[in-house]
Design a protein around this ligand. Structure first.
Ligand SMILES: Cc1ncc(COP(=O)(O)O)c(C=O)c1O
Length: 342
């Protein structure tokens, strides 16, 4: 069977089924707290899921032709890394439109994977809304020039983004908590994760509460969006009623929390996970009973330049977590890690 002889199928078979682990040593609380480690996906983030679902959709609709088609996407990084890796595996070309502020390591990973990259002046997350978005507008303009060459999945609009989480992340969380989850906490980028998971969980148990985490304005938490700075993406707006509460987390609080998680839990969190963990810990302080699940969207591997700039970790601390952090998986861009020897 073709599916079994294609070596790349092994990569795609490893998307999802990420570990759910207890958070025991940070914070004091009544609620039990678990984290879903999305960095264990093959390309290192939660975005492997929607990237794969959007590619499958392009193939199903016969838009994609191997060796010919170009996948183009506006992205703050993780979707670009996932799409680029999948394009390499499947024989498509990749072009990504990214805001300048995306970490140099993230851009380096995409370049190494053969991506043609265009940079814009957006915030860290591409803005949404006519007249303010740049990455999205530029990608659309490029496609308009030669539409037959391009497939723009457009994660901000694409229903497959929602579907990926409704069909995989949501059921995984429900099953691994044996249906005991009471609170779900995650960050907002496109809104795919929160609407997909929340819709699924509320179908299983309408009393589950969903908490959206957004960064402060003008933030440095790659992957997340402050929705006062940009319109809501369509994916989020379509099902915004699945969100029960919003929490805004500052850069400082996110960085301090991820530093603490490194020290006390030996977990190597990316910036957005510092924010989601802070929100989850604050909530857990105020909920007596219950089971909370928080999403860790990616690990710290791509963020030395950010951690260094904001004095989050010393080089030694960074290298120690990178080499010996708990549940570290081996994302497919290892050469971008810092070498242990100075
Ligand atoms: C690194 C990262 N990217 C993106 C997101 C948000 O994903 P979405 O685009 O599904 O809203 C998260 C959520 O926590 C994240 O941690």
């Amino acid at each position: 069977m073709a599916a079994q002889t294609n070596p790349f199928q092994r990569i795609f078979g490893k998307i999802g089924q990420t570990p759910l682990i207890p958070i025991k040593n940070v914070g004091s609380r009544g609620m039990k707290l678990y984290a879903k480690l999305e960095w264990c996906n093959p390309f290192g983030s939660i975005k492997d899921r929607p990237a794969w679902w959007m590619i499958k959709e392009g193939e199903r609709n016969n838009i994609l032709k191997k060796g010919e088609s170009i996948i183009i996407e506006p992205t703050s990084g993780n979707t670009g890394v996932a799409l680029a890796g999948m394009c390499q595996a499947l024989g498509y070309n990749a072009e990504m439109v990214v805001p300048k502020r995306v970490s140099i390591e993230t851009k380096g990973i995409m370049k190494d994977m053969g991506v043609k990259m265009l940079e814009t002046e957006d915030d860290l997350c591409p803005r949404v809304g006519p007249g303010t978005d740049q990455a999205i507008a530029l990608a659309k303009a490029i496609v308009k020039g030669t539409p037959s060459k391009y497939y723009m999945p457009n994660q901000y609009k694409n229903e497959a983004n929602f579907q990926a989480h409704y069909e995989t992340t949501g059921p995984e969380i429900w099953d691994s908590t044996n249906g005991k989850i009471t609170h779900f906490i995650t960050g907002i980028g496109t809104g795919g994760t929160i609407t997909g998971v929340s819709t699924y969980l509320k179908k299983k148990s309408p009393s589950v509460k969903t908490i959206a985490v957004q960064p402060q304005r003008d933030h440095h938490l790659q992957g997340l969006r402050n929705i006062e700075e940009s319109q809501m993406p369509d994916v989020l707006e379509r099902r915004a009623e699945t969100i029960d509460d919003w929490k805004t987390i500052s850069d400082d609080d996110a960085f301090n929390t991820l530093r603490e998680a490194g020290k006390k839990e030996n977990l190597f969190l990316g910036p957005s996970s510092g924010a989601t963990l802070r929100a989850a810990l604050d909530l857990a302080d105020n909920v007596k009973d219950g089971v909370g699940v928080v999403i860790f969207g990616d690990s710290g591997h791509k963020y030395w330049s950010v951690f260094d700039k904001f004095n989050v970790f010393t080089r030694e601390e960074f290298v120690k977590l990178q080499d010996r952090g708990k549940y570290n998986s081996k994302p497919l861009f290892l050469k971008h890690q810092l070498p242990s020897n100075k």
